[in-house]
Write a protein that binds this ligand. Structure first.
Ligand code: BEZ
Length: 211
């Protein structure tokens, strides 16, 4: 069965551009993002990897490591990284898993045979510090991802883990949030000293608690 939200993600050992890793050990105490791209030396992927490298500091402030994968060899990744540095102005500063026999791609369901029987689709797995899967995204080969959206989801997940809130449509860090329906009005008053607006009994809006 496909991996589902809340599952502990599979562990594996793999060769990467930064040496061999054991995935669960590599995750360590923080959060992790595992993402796949269809093929080395392809245009959209080249731009995506440059952007992920550019956002390194943004992932670090969210205590999140990033690791890439495709069904190419580590040697291919290393060669391609030269092109990424040249064309994107960014040195690839995160490990890239070499998975030429697609073992890890199959473990995570990154190959969708009706899209391609050989190449991985653009998958994203956001994994928390307990190694639980918290978000999956699947994009086709022709559409580059928006990694700022992935940062936004990390902000939401890390905020909603801490406070009994959810984040509404188009929310971004600093915007108002909604209070969990599991809290009574009395509990909400005690928990959210900045107060809240009660638009409906199930729709109570409050400033972001950690701002
Ligand atoms: C790309 O990265 O541009 C790409 C990769 C595989 C198929 C189509 C496009």
């Amino acid at each position: 069965m496909a991996l589902q939200l809340g599952d502990i993600v599979p562990d594996f050992e793999a060769a990467t551009t930064q040496g061999t890793i054991n995935f669960h050990d590599w995750i360590g105490e923080g959060w992790a993002i595992l993402f796949s791209h269809p093929k080395d030396f392809t245009p959209v992927c080249t731009t995506e990897l440059g952007e992920v490298a550019r956002l390194r500091g943004d992932f670090a402030t969210r205590n999140t490591k990033v690791i890439g994968l495709s069904v190419d060899s580590v040697d291919n990744h290393v060669e391609w990284e030269k092109d990424i540095a040249e064309t994107q102005g960014q040195v690839v500063n995160f490990p890239m898993i070499g998975d030429p026999d697609a073992t890890i791609a199959n473990l995570f369901g990154m190959i969708h045979p009706n899209a391609s029987t050989t190449a991985t689709v653009r998958s994203v797995f956001v994994i928390d510090h307990q190694r639980r899967l918290r978000l999956t995204l699947t994009y086709p080969a022709s559409t580059g991802r928006n990694f700022k959206e992935i940062l936004r989801v990390l902000d939401s997940l890390q905020l909603t883990d801490k406070y009994m809130v959810s984040t509404p449509v188009n929310w971004k860090d600093g915007d108002d949030v909604v209070i969990s329906p599991a809290l009574s009005d009395e509990e909400a008053t005690a928990k959210f000293p900045q107060g809240y607006a009660k638009l409906k009994p199930y729709l109570r809006v409050t400033p972001q608690p950690n701002k």
